[in-house]
Write a protein that binds this ligand. Structure first.
Ligand SMILES: Nc1ncnc2c1ncn2[C@@H]1O[C@H](COP(=O)(O)OP(=O)(O)OP(=O)(O)O)[C@@H](O)[C@H]1O
Ligand SMILES: [Mg+2]
Length: 273
Protein backbone atom coordinates (compact mmCIF):
# COMPACT_ATOMS: atom_id res chain seq x y z
CA UNK A 1 0.00 0.00 0.00
CA UNK A 2 1.24 3.49 -0.82
CA UNK A 3 2.16 5.32 2.37
CA UNK A 4 3.46 8.56 0.94
CA UNK A 5 2.72 10.15 -2.38
CA UNK A 6 4.29 13.39 -3.53
CA UNK A 7 2.49 14.89 -6.53
CA UNK A 8 4.07 17.55 -8.74
CA UNK A 9 5.62 19.52 -5.89
CA UNK A 10 7.21 22.84 -6.80
CA UNK A 11 8.87 25.10 -4.26
CA UNK A 12 11.02 28.20 -3.99
CA UNK A 13 12.23 29.96 -0.85
CA UNK A 14 11.11 33.54 -0.79
CA UNK A 15 13.93 36.01 -0.42
CA UNK A 16 13.38 39.38 1.16
CA UNK A 17 15.71 42.33 1.17
CA UNK A 18 15.74 45.46 3.31
CA UNK A 19 14.48 47.74 0.56
CA UNK A 20 12.30 45.39 -1.38
CA UNK A 21 9.27 43.28 -0.71
CA UNK A 22 9.70 39.57 -0.35
CA UNK A 23 9.85 37.87 -3.72
CA UNK A 24 10.02 34.29 -4.95
CA UNK A 25 13.56 33.10 -5.58
CA UNK A 26 14.58 30.44 -8.09
CA UNK A 27 12.76 27.13 -7.85
CA UNK A 28 14.40 24.63 -5.53
CA UNK A 29 11.90 21.88 -6.34
CA UNK A 30 10.30 21.66 -9.77
CA UNK A 31 7.40 19.29 -10.33
CA UNK A 32 8.72 16.54 -8.04
CA UNK A 33 6.62 13.38 -7.83
CA UNK A 34 7.47 10.21 -5.95
CA UNK A 35 5.93 7.39 -3.98
CA UNK A 36 6.94 5.32 -0.97
CA UNK A 37 5.20 2.02 -0.33
CA UNK A 38 4.53 0.89 3.25
CA UNK A 39 7.50 -0.96 4.78
CA UNK A 40 9.95 0.07 2.05
CA UNK A 41 12.90 2.44 1.82
CA UNK A 42 13.39 5.01 -0.91
CA UNK A 43 16.98 6.20 -1.22
CA UNK A 44 17.18 9.81 -2.40
CA UNK A 45 20.55 10.68 -3.90
CA UNK A 46 21.89 13.82 -5.48
CA UNK A 47 24.59 16.46 -5.37
CA UNK A 48 24.74 19.16 -2.74
CA UNK A 49 22.03 21.77 -3.30
CA UNK A 50 19.89 19.45 -5.46
CA UNK A 51 16.91 19.98 -3.12
CA UNK A 52 16.94 16.71 -1.13
CA UNK A 53 16.58 18.23 2.35
CA UNK A 54 13.96 20.67 1.09
CA UNK A 55 11.96 17.74 -0.22
CA UNK A 56 12.47 16.02 3.15
CA UNK A 57 11.07 19.08 4.96
CA UNK A 58 8.11 19.26 2.56
CA UNK A 59 7.36 15.58 3.24
CA UNK A 60 7.56 16.18 7.00
CA UNK A 61 4.99 18.96 6.78
CA UNK A 62 7.57 21.59 7.76
CA UNK A 63 7.81 23.54 4.50
CA UNK A 64 4.60 24.19 2.62
CA UNK A 65 5.28 23.86 -1.10
CA UNK A 66 4.11 26.55 -3.51
CA UNK A 67 2.42 23.96 -5.69
CA UNK A 68 1.58 20.27 -5.54
CA UNK A 69 0.39 17.81 -2.95
CA UNK A 70 1.84 15.57 -0.27
CA UNK A 71 -0.47 12.67 0.52
CA UNK A 72 0.28 10.67 3.65
CA UNK A 73 -1.96 7.59 3.81
CA UNK A 74 -4.20 9.42 1.36
CA UNK A 75 -4.47 12.61 3.50
CA UNK A 76 -3.31 15.85 1.93
CA UNK A 77 -0.83 17.01 4.57
CA UNK A 78 -1.19 20.70 3.82
CA UNK A 79 -4.98 20.68 3.63
CA UNK A 80 -5.57 19.20 7.11
CA UNK A 81 -6.82 21.04 10.16
CA UNK A 82 -4.19 21.51 12.89
CA UNK A 83 -5.63 18.77 15.14
CA UNK A 84 -5.63 16.07 12.46
CA UNK A 85 -2.19 17.14 11.30
CA UNK A 86 -0.86 16.78 14.86
CA UNK A 87 -2.36 13.28 15.08
CA UNK A 88 -0.79 12.33 11.78
CA UNK A 89 2.50 14.00 12.71
CA UNK A 90 3.34 11.29 15.22
CA UNK A 91 3.41 8.78 12.37
CA UNK A 92 6.43 10.37 10.71
CA UNK A 93 9.67 11.29 12.37
CA UNK A 94 13.08 12.54 11.33
CA UNK A 95 16.74 11.82 12.06
CA UNK A 96 19.32 14.38 10.90
CA UNK A 97 23.01 14.15 10.20
CA UNK A 98 24.27 16.24 13.06
CA UNK A 99 23.44 14.05 16.04
CA UNK A 100 24.86 16.56 18.56
CA UNK A 101 22.85 19.58 17.41
CA UNK A 102 19.69 17.45 17.17
CA UNK A 103 19.60 17.13 20.95
CA UNK A 104 19.55 19.53 23.85
CA UNK A 105 22.96 19.15 25.56
CA UNK A 106 21.34 19.76 28.96
CA UNK A 107 18.92 16.87 28.62
CA UNK A 108 19.67 13.29 29.67
CA UNK A 109 19.10 10.37 27.31
CA UNK A 110 15.97 9.60 29.33
CA UNK A 111 14.59 13.11 28.77
CA UNK A 112 15.53 13.15 25.08
CA UNK A 113 13.85 9.84 24.29
CA UNK A 114 10.99 10.58 26.69
CA UNK A 115 10.10 13.92 25.03
CA UNK A 116 7.81 12.56 22.26
CA UNK A 117 6.21 10.19 24.77
CA UNK A 118 5.44 13.13 27.03
CA UNK A 119 3.97 15.05 24.10
CA UNK A 120 1.75 12.28 22.81
CA UNK A 121 1.33 9.50 25.39
CA UNK A 122 -0.03 9.86 28.85
CA UNK A 123 2.24 7.44 30.67
CA UNK A 124 3.00 7.33 34.39
CA UNK A 125 6.57 8.28 35.34
CA UNK A 126 7.37 4.62 36.07
CA UNK A 127 5.86 3.37 32.80
CA UNK A 128 7.67 6.02 30.75
CA UNK A 129 10.97 5.03 32.37
CA UNK A 130 10.31 1.40 31.46
CA UNK A 131 9.51 2.31 27.82
CA UNK A 132 12.64 4.50 27.54
CA UNK A 133 14.75 1.64 28.98
CA UNK A 134 13.30 -0.75 26.39
CA UNK A 135 13.98 1.72 23.58
CA UNK A 136 17.59 2.13 24.68
CA UNK A 137 18.05 -1.64 24.65
CA UNK A 138 16.29 -1.85 21.27
CA UNK A 139 18.85 0.45 19.67
CA UNK A 140 21.79 -1.44 21.17
CA UNK A 141 22.44 0.74 24.23
CA UNK A 142 21.71 -0.07 27.85
CA UNK A 143 18.92 1.13 30.14
CA UNK A 144 21.79 2.09 32.46
CA UNK A 145 22.63 4.88 29.95
CA UNK A 146 19.43 6.77 30.82
CA UNK A 147 21.06 9.33 33.08
CA UNK A 148 23.88 10.21 30.68
CA UNK A 149 24.15 13.53 28.82
CA UNK A 150 24.89 13.87 25.06
CA UNK A 151 28.60 14.68 25.59
CA UNK A 152 29.01 11.34 27.36
CA UNK A 153 28.13 9.42 24.18
CA UNK A 154 30.10 8.87 20.97
CA UNK A 155 28.59 10.14 17.69
CA UNK A 156 27.39 6.64 16.80
CA UNK A 157 25.83 6.12 20.24
CA UNK A 158 24.14 9.50 20.13
CA UNK A 159 22.70 8.72 16.71
CA UNK A 160 21.22 5.59 18.32
CA UNK A 161 19.58 7.86 20.92
CA UNK A 162 18.15 9.98 18.07
CA UNK A 163 16.84 6.81 16.44
CA UNK A 164 15.33 5.64 19.76
CA UNK A 165 13.55 8.99 20.01
CA UNK A 166 12.35 8.68 16.41
CA UNK A 167 10.83 5.22 16.99
CA UNK A 168 9.40 6.02 20.45
CA UNK A 169 5.90 6.65 19.07
CA UNK A 170 6.06 3.67 16.68
CA UNK A 171 5.82 5.87 13.58
CA UNK A 172 5.07 4.62 10.07
CA UNK A 173 7.79 6.59 8.36
CA UNK A 174 11.17 8.12 9.19
CA UNK A 175 12.98 10.70 7.08
CA UNK A 176 16.70 10.02 7.51
CA UNK A 177 18.54 13.09 6.25
CA UNK A 178 22.24 12.17 5.95
CA UNK A 179 21.68 10.22 9.17
CA UNK A 180 24.82 8.10 8.83
CA UNK A 181 27.00 10.53 6.87
CA UNK A 182 29.03 11.89 9.78
CA UNK A 183 29.83 8.45 11.19
CA UNK A 184 32.92 6.36 10.47
CA UNK A 185 32.53 3.23 8.31
CA UNK A 186 32.09 0.84 11.24
CA UNK A 187 29.41 2.93 12.94
CA UNK A 188 27.76 3.58 9.57
CA UNK A 189 27.48 -0.14 8.87
CA UNK A 190 26.16 -0.83 12.38
CA UNK A 191 23.53 1.90 12.16
CA UNK A 192 22.44 0.69 8.71
CA UNK A 193 22.00 -2.81 10.18
CA UNK A 194 20.02 -1.36 13.07
CA UNK A 195 17.78 0.62 10.68
CA UNK A 196 17.17 -2.50 8.58
CA UNK A 197 16.36 -4.47 11.67
CA UNK A 198 13.94 -1.82 13.01
CA UNK A 199 12.29 -1.62 9.63
CA UNK A 200 11.39 -5.30 9.66
CA UNK A 201 10.34 -5.26 13.33
CA UNK A 202 8.07 -2.22 13.06
CA UNK A 203 7.11 -2.30 9.36
CA UNK A 204 8.71 1.16 9.00
CA UNK A 205 9.19 3.09 5.76
CA UNK A 206 12.21 5.30 5.21
CA UNK A 207 13.06 8.24 3.02
CA UNK A 208 16.84 7.85 3.13
CA UNK A 209 18.49 11.06 1.96
CA UNK A 210 22.20 10.85 1.25
CA UNK A 211 25.17 11.65 -0.97
CA UNK A 212 26.48 8.17 -0.33
CA UNK A 213 25.45 5.72 -3.02
CA UNK A 214 26.86 2.73 -1.13
CA UNK A 215 24.80 3.46 1.98
CA UNK A 216 21.72 4.14 -0.16
CA UNK A 217 22.17 0.93 -2.11
CA UNK A 218 22.62 -1.10 1.08
CA UNK A 219 19.41 -0.01 2.72
CA UNK A 220 17.01 1.01 -0.07
CA UNK A 221 14.45 -0.90 -2.14
CA UNK A 222 13.96 1.94 -4.64
CA UNK A 223 16.38 4.72 -5.60
CA UNK A 224 15.85 8.23 -6.94
CA UNK A 225 18.39 10.81 -8.01
CA UNK A 226 17.67 14.52 -7.75
CA UNK A 227 19.31 17.08 -9.95
CA UNK A 228 18.59 20.80 -9.75
CA UNK A 229 15.24 20.33 -8.04
CA UNK A 230 13.99 17.56 -10.32
CA UNK A 231 13.88 13.79 -10.10
CA UNK A 232 16.42 12.92 -12.77
CA UNK A 233 16.11 9.16 -12.41
CA UNK A 234 13.79 6.88 -10.47
CA UNK A 235 14.33 3.13 -10.16
CA UNK A 236 11.60 1.18 -8.44
CA UNK A 237 14.03 -1.73 -8.05
CA UNK A 238 17.46 -0.60 -6.94
CA UNK A 239 19.10 -3.16 -9.22
CA UNK A 240 17.86 -1.15 -12.23
CA UNK A 241 20.03 1.69 -10.99
CA UNK A 242 23.20 -0.15 -11.94
CA UNK A 243 21.95 -0.41 -15.54
CA UNK A 244 20.83 3.21 -15.85
CA UNK A 245 22.43 5.25 -18.60
CA UNK A 246 21.43 8.59 -17.05
CA UNK A 247 24.53 10.81 -16.72
CA UNK A 248 23.67 11.68 -13.09
CA UNK A 249 23.60 7.98 -12.18
CA UNK A 250 26.76 7.24 -14.15
CA UNK A 251 28.47 10.08 -12.28
CA UNK A 252 27.43 8.62 -8.93
CA UNK A 253 28.47 5.10 -9.88
CA UNK A 254 31.75 6.41 -11.27
CA UNK A 255 32.53 8.17 -7.99
CA UNK A 256 31.90 4.91 -6.14
CA UNK A 257 34.18 2.90 -8.41
CA UNK A 258 37.00 5.41 -8.22
CA UNK A 259 37.04 4.98 -4.43
CA UNK A 260 37.95 1.34 -4.87
CA UNK A 261 41.75 0.79 -4.77
CA UNK A 262 41.63 -1.52 -7.80
CA UNK A 263 39.93 1.13 -9.92
CA UNK A 264 42.05 3.91 -8.43
CA UNK A 265 45.23 2.21 -9.61
CA UNK A 266 43.68 1.64 -13.07
CA UNK A 267 42.77 5.32 -13.22
CA UNK A 268 46.32 6.27 -12.27
CA UNK A 269 47.65 4.00 -15.01
CA UNK A 270 45.37 5.52 -17.63
CA UNK A 271 46.25 9.02 -16.44
CA UNK A 272 49.95 8.25 -17.02
CA UNK A 273 49.40 7.00 -20.56
N1 LIG B 1 15.89 27.96 4.37
C1 LIG B 1 16.33 28.26 3.16
N2 LIG B 1 16.20 29.50 2.66
C2 LIG B 1 16.62 29.82 1.41
N3 LIG B 1 17.21 28.92 0.59
C3 LIG B 1 17.39 27.68 1.02
C4 LIG B 1 16.96 27.27 2.33
N4 LIG B 1 17.26 25.96 2.49
C5 LIG B 1 17.85 25.57 1.35
N5 LIG B 1 17.93 26.59 0.48
C6 LIG B 1 18.47 26.51 -0.89
O1 LIG B 1 17.75 25.52 -1.60
C7 LIG B 1 18.61 24.75 -2.43
C8 LIG B 1 18.46 23.28 -2.08
O2 LIG B 1 18.92 23.08 -0.76
P1 LIG B 1 18.79 21.71 0.00
O3 LIG B 1 19.29 21.92 1.39
O4 LIG B 1 17.41 21.20 -0.14
O5 LIG B 1 19.78 20.79 -0.84
P2 LIG B 1 20.39 19.36 -0.52
O6 LIG B 1 20.22 18.54 -1.74
O7 LIG B 1 19.81 18.83 0.74
O8 LIG B 1 21.93 19.69 -0.32
P3 LIG B 1 23.00 18.98 0.65
O9 LIG B 1 23.32 17.67 0.00
O10 LIG B 1 24.15 19.92 0.64
O11 LIG B 1 22.39 18.83 2.02
C9 LIG B 1 20.01 25.29 -2.21
O12 LIG B 1 20.28 26.17 -3.27
C10 LIG B 1 19.91 26.03 -0.91
O13 LIG B 1 20.80 27.11 -0.87
MG1 LIG C 1 20.61 18.36 2.66
Amino acid sequence: MTLLQVNEVTHAYSSSGFFRRSRAAAEVLSGVSLRIEGGTCLGLLGASGAGKSTLGRVVLGLEQPMKGQVLFQGHDLYALDAKTRRQLRRDFQVVFQDCYSSVNPRMTAEQIIGEPLENYENLSVKEQKRVVGELLERVGLSSGDMGKYPHQFSGGQLQRINIARAIALKPKMIVLDEAVSSLDMVHQTNILHLLNDLRSSFGLSYLFITHDIKAAYTISDALAVMEKGRIAEYCEQKEQFLLSSHPAVKGLLGSMLSEHPRYRSKERMSART
